[in-house]
Design a protein around this ligand. Structure first.
Ligand code: ZN
Length: 177
């Protein structure tokens, strides 16, 4: 059942994100991003909770595709759905407000959602260091790093190993050009 759910989540996310590309120069397939989160959690972090891995795979489906909470709940159940919703921004809010909401919200979410959010920030810092969006200035990249660190401050205590992975990436800001 567990393996089945994880494979289904990977396939579901691949289908939902099939027409989306990342903002890096190579415009890599969007699905690489949820897969990277799942890998950070399972491979680097040793996280074995299948609900967390499924939610990582699905974490951007409600925010960035036509996927509804009901659709997720029907296929993946209430637990996975609630984790995904906890890491989904309210798109009716302005972007700056949404970013502040993430900082405010981070300490209040479930342990499972904290893991997904921490992995998301790790993956985003890695992407900005290795293959940033073509049109981002150094200032914009640094501002993203600073904001991500404020979000992660609210997640601390959830996984010391992955938190130090984040800190190691954050410390590489001098490389941002
Ligand atoms: Zn993400």
């Amino acid at each position: 059942m567990t393996i089945l759910a994880i494979v289904k989540a990977a396939q579901f996310a691949a289908e939902k994100h099939k027409n989306q590309r990342r903002k890096d120069v190579d415009a890599s397939p969007y699905i690489n991003h949820p897969l990277a989160l799942a890998s950070v959690l399972a491979v680097e972090g040793g996280v074995e909770n299948p609900d967390v891995i499924c939610a990582a795979m699905l974490h951007d489906t409600v925010e960035d595709t036509d996927t509804t909470a009901k659709e997720l709940a029907n296929i993946f159940g209430d637990k996975v759905t609630s984790i995904v919703l906890e890491v989904t921004d309210d798109k009716s809010l302005e972007k700056a407000v949404r970013k502040e909401e993430q900082v405010r919200h981070a300490p209040l979410i479930s342990p499972e959602a904290k893991l997904v959010k921490l992995a998301d920030k790790i993956c985003n810092l890695r992407d900005i260091l290795a293959s940033p969006p073509a049109d981002w200035t150094a200032e914009r990249k640094k501002a993203y790093f600073d904001w991500a660190a404020r979000v992660v401050a609210g997640l601390r205590g959830i996984h010391p190993g992955l938190e130090s992975t984040f800190d190691g990436l954050f410390a590489r800001q001098a490389e941002l050009l």
